[in-house]
Design a binder for this molecule. Sequence first.
Ligand code: SDX
Length: 433
Amino acid sequence: MNVDKKAFTLTDNRSGKTYELDVLKGTDGPDVIDVRKLYSETGHFAYDPGFTSTGSCQSEITFIDGEKGVLLYRGYPIEQLAEKSNFLEVCYLLIYGNLPISESMRIFSQRITYHTMLHEQLNLLFKGFRRDSHPMAIMNGVVGALSSFYHDSTDITDPRHRFIASTRMIAKMPTIAATAYRYSKGLPFAYPRNDLGFSENFLYMMFSNPCEEYVTNPILSRAMDRILMLHADHEQNASTSTVRISGSSGANPFACIAAGIASLWGPAHGGANEAVLAMLKEIKTKDRVPEYIKRAKNKEDPFRLMGFGHRVYKNFDPRATILRQSAHEVLGDLGIEDDPILDLALELEQIALKDDYFVSRKLYPNVDFYSGIIYRALGIPTSMFTVLFAVARTVGWVAQWNEMIEDPTQKIGRPRQLYTGETERDYVDVKDR
Ligand code: SDX
């Protein structure tokens, strides 16, 4: 990182005092003004509630350019990875920083495979939930409980512990997700198979029937693998920031990932894919689209167009562009000629992209707008959409968590505030109130 010393001068016009601030320069994207000494020198905090203008850390993992619609994992464009790579290779890339040679990939893949099984006691935990529990609630509970099973990988200061915990998280999330699904259906749990690839194994654990021979479907596996790649990491989004700030206190990795799952669940974040399907089902027909576009623009109405808008992308989300293409391919491959939900989504997209309200606010379809349509075609129930997002994003959370712990400058995350409450006052006995 390069430093432009004293690149900014800050003047307090009330006192005439001036302060000089350095600019820190990265390898791409906006530079940052170093305000770490702002309070100690000026007695003022910076104020940025939604972190719209705040860099919370340095990172080498993922780069986004919201204006150009660019997404790079360790420098590789998402479009090239989606076309040429696979999810496990992207996991290796995000964690280690470079694409693996074949021997390294074999070893990494084998290690993940041999950690996909769950401790048998964990299966009892699933059975404590109601059958109609939301699978995100089950995933959150089970992942948080992992720290009670793996005492050999909770010392975050030990690189070996971090290595094992990271491997376990990536490997076990598909098994936890599939088990939550099968529990909700009253199906017997399916053990992972070591002869199947990551996405094939996930679909097997989800949909295999113990009474019949399971036949893998390469179209579904490839579609699933591509969706997982697209969701793997995304810079300092809400859930990743949650994992980082949880980890900054020294909490164990399983608790940090459980915190990330909780944050991802929100409909403004990873829960949006489930909300998009619910919205399309509520709109039902193309002739009702204008009514919902009108509602989305009405500030008095809490309705928002789910799957549209993004804090960073003020252009098309490159993942949405890939998923839009993939949705057509998957539906075509599966012989689903006219999918009314996809038709409705395309109509909604076309109308919104011509409407000044959305254009002026640069509200474009995001990753969640099309993912649900593909999940539906793959036979994934709507309640599992955010669970799949969590399966994919676990590698991003794990990579960012390790980067945070290995950052020598990292401190516990502890923001301050602008206090607007009561000033000091004395206690009044109830008889005098
Ligand atoms: C993800 O951060 C990440 O990287 C997240 C993610 C990842 O990979 O981790 O990319 C995954 O979470 C994608 C986003 C999924 N969420 C949704 O699709 C939910 C719908 N979108 C909105 O809730 C919203 O767009 C956000 C939360 C995504 C972004 O909100 P911002 O950046 O805080 O924007 P804002 O609320 O300040 O909106 C700016 C304006 C406002 O209107 P004005 O006050 O200027 O009049 O745009 C309006 C908003 O009311 N607006 C919308 C809208 N999104 C923003 N109006 C209608 N429908 C929408 N969807």
